[in-house]
Design a binder for this molecule. Structure first.
Ligand code: 13P
Ligand code: SF4
Length: 372
């Protein structure tokens, strides 16, 4: 079987206007930095709102006006009145905030390098070419759904093809939306979230993984299924194994396990609870004192939960092997100090501005999600 020779023009850092941290900000001492951030925030007042994803470092979440999962942060961005939304998260989240906020609001992503590797596994240009191959193999109507963890141009592509965006907390509802309007779903980029959602809907026997770059992966065969999964994954969550759950339960017979749906199917199956980062937070929040919860997600969130709920015994599911997210980690407090102090001086740094031609359509895909 032959696969198309796809041409790609991929760039990890889509926004070439983003600037590096000036040398004077590179070695600030923690207390001094905290004071400077607070002073800048006092000066800026209601002009600024800081949104922080659950995976952000402690030194960032301590300054956040709102902490949450990616769905909650997009809602918070939609509700924000501030002139400036400072996004403690990764590029695709800041893009979504820019799409959702009014034109006179500005979104700032403090660091230039906070790009989620999974979002980079399905660039719109690749998907466009792959889509032509896939749709040429069937007369049935395929609806593309992209996980929030994707760039604005892919969200725009999905809207154009009748599809939408979802997050880990509403993927099942996005699938239902798609099956009410079409025959098949192409889910991008996270194959594990796609597979876990298919199971939740009882459609596990109707899914196929498809990798247009793998000569063994056949588009004609893939479209015989109702759910086609793009070959993307999150390296932080792929790391968890069933053996980690078995080991935890052996060491702590009373342990409960909660994992994110970006984990492998068998890990989700073996866990007690599965859900988005906000579900993970709620699970620990609602636990009885002295309960033990092992957390299968990014390590900063596990550490926050352990700090926020000292009455609960919070453990990282795979101990020292649990990873932090390389992209989320890029938002460091030195960058935060710099962008805020620059704003005090009237200078906007590291603004994320989605191209107008992508913005309108990506907004359609996001609005469809916010309505389901
Ligand atoms: P949530 O939507 O659960 O916050 O997850 C975002 C994310 O990037 C998980 O890796
Ligand atoms: Fe991307 Fe995984 Fe990091 Fe989430 S944890 S932002 S999916 S790399």
């Amino acid at each position: 079987m032959e696969t198309a020779a796809f041409e790609t023009d991929l760039s990890l850092f889509k926004y070439d206007n983003l600037e590096q941290l000036p040398p004077a900000y590179r070695e600030l001492e923690e207390n001094q930095r905290r004071q400077r951030i607070k002073a800048a925030l006092d000066e800026l007042g209601e002009e600024v709102v800081i949104l922080g994803h659950n995976y952000q470092r402690r030194e960032i979440v301590e300054h956040a006006d709102f902490i949450g999962d990616s769905y909650q942060l997009s809602q918070a961005a939609a509700d924000a009145d501030a002139d400036y939304v400072i996004f403690g998260g990764v590029t695709f989240m800041a893009e979504s905030a820019d799409i959702i906020t009014d034109d006179d609001q500005t979104v700032i992503l403090p660091s230039m390098e906070a790009s989620c590797p999974m979002a980079g596994m399905a660039e719109a240009l690749q998907v466009d070419t792959a889509w032509a191959e896939l749709t040429s193999k069937t007369d049935e109507n395929i609806i593309p759904i992209t996980y929030m963890n994707s760039y604005a141009d892919l969200k725009a592509f999905c809207a154009e093809q009748g599809g939408l965006v979802c997050t880990s907390s509403n993927a099942h509802r996005a699938f239902e939306y798609a099956f009410e309007r079409g025959d098949k779903v192409l889910f991008l980029p996270d194959k594990h979230l796609g597979e876990n959602t298919a199971h939740r809907l009882g459609m596990e026997d109707e899914t196929a993984e498809w990798d247009p770059w793998d000569p063994e992966s056949d588009a004609a065969e893939a479209v015989e299924n109702d759910i086609i999964l793009w070959e993307g994954y999150c390296q932080v969550h792929e790391r968890f194994r069933v053996s980690h759950i078995e080991d935890i339960r052996e060491e702590h017979p009373d342990a409960n396990v909660v994992v994110h749906p970006e984990c492998r199917r068998e890990v989700v199956e073996a866990a007690d609870v599965v859900g988005s980062t906000s579900t993970i937070c709620e699970t620990v929040e609602n636990a009885d004192p002295d309960e033990t919860w092992a957390i299968g997600t990014e390590i900063h969130l596990t550490n926050h939960l352990s700090r926020w709920h000292p009455e609960v015994n919070v453990l990282p599911l795979c101990g020292d092997a649990c990873m932090d997210c390389n992209a989320m980690r890029q938002i460091d407090p030195n960058y935060m100090t710099w962008v805020l102090e620059e704003l005090v001086e009237g200078r906007e740094r590291n603004v994320i501005e989605v191209a107008p031609e992508e913005k309108e359509l990506a907004q359609v895909a996001l609005d469809r999600m916010l309505e389901i």
